[in-house]
Design a protein around this ligand. Structure first.
Ligand code: GDP
Ligand code: FE
Ligand code: FE
Ligand code: FE
Length: 195
């Protein structure tokens, strides 16, 4: 199976091989689950299934890069320096967008944004960005208590699924007294909070 050359100059099989070298088999399985969920959402909401597949397969590309490399890339690529204050779990989105451009030749701005913002979201999100954000949360391998409610929301409204995920991620982080990255709050204020 080949992708058209609109988004990437690799076949899906070649992309899978490259992605697989970047992560554990468990995470690779998660990535395949995100692809399944994202392609389904793309069909439902009228987005390119090819873009959804590529963004899903690459969304966690940087997740297992070493801390020092990610730290240095945040600085050298002029990413938001505030990231450095909020723990490395939120680094792999923005860092991943830089690395897939450099290492896989992905240039499409919407795909790169979907990777960049997949962990914390942002106030304005394209349909593809919403799809990757939500697919990451509802993919078939996820088993947390509210996942069935999130899947149900995603069947009827992508925006409702984004709101549901944002609210529950924030509740979860607060429950663990974790630091909240201000852009996570911006996402909450736009997608969840009442006017
Ligand atoms: P994954 O890469 O598939 O595991 O999922 P994500 O990229 O969506 O999330 C990675 C981690 O970042 C999760 O454990 C989230 O709870 C966490 N996370 C999301 N937003 C924030 C935040 O504002 N602050 C902190 N400390 N962690 C966050
Ligand atoms: Fe991630
Ligand atoms: Fe997520
Ligand atoms: Fe993920």
């Amino acid at each position: 199976l080949f992708y058209g050359e609109k988004y990437i100059n690799l076949s899906r099989k070649e992309l899978l091989e490259k992605v697989q070298t970047q992560m554990s088999s468990q995470r690779f399985k998660h990535v395949l689950g995100v692809e399944t969920a994202a392609v389904e959402l793309a069909q439902r909401y009228g987005v390119s299934t090819e873009a959804a597949s590529i963004a899903a397969l690459t969304h966690d590309y940087a997740k297992e890069r070493n801390h020092g490399e990610m730290h240095d890339l945040i600085i050298s690529a002029n990413l938001d320096l505030e990231l450095l204050q909020y723990g490395s779990e939120i680094w792999h989105g923005p860092v991943g967008a830089i690395l897939v451009k450099k290492e896989l030749g992905i240039q499409d701005a919407d795909i790169l944004n979907a990777i960049h913002y997949h962990t914390v979201g942002r106030p304005e999100m394209s349909l593809l960005e919403q799809i990757i954000y939500v697919a990451d949360y509802i993919e078939p391998g996820r088993v947390f208590p509210v996942v069935s409610e999130a899947r149900k929301a995603a069947e009827t409204s992508l925006a409702e699924a984004v709101a549901f995920e944002t609210e529950h991620t924030l509740l979860h982080l607060i429950g663990q007294k974790r630091k909240i990255y201000p852009k996570t709050i911006d996402t909450y204020n736009t997608w969840v909070a009442k006017p």
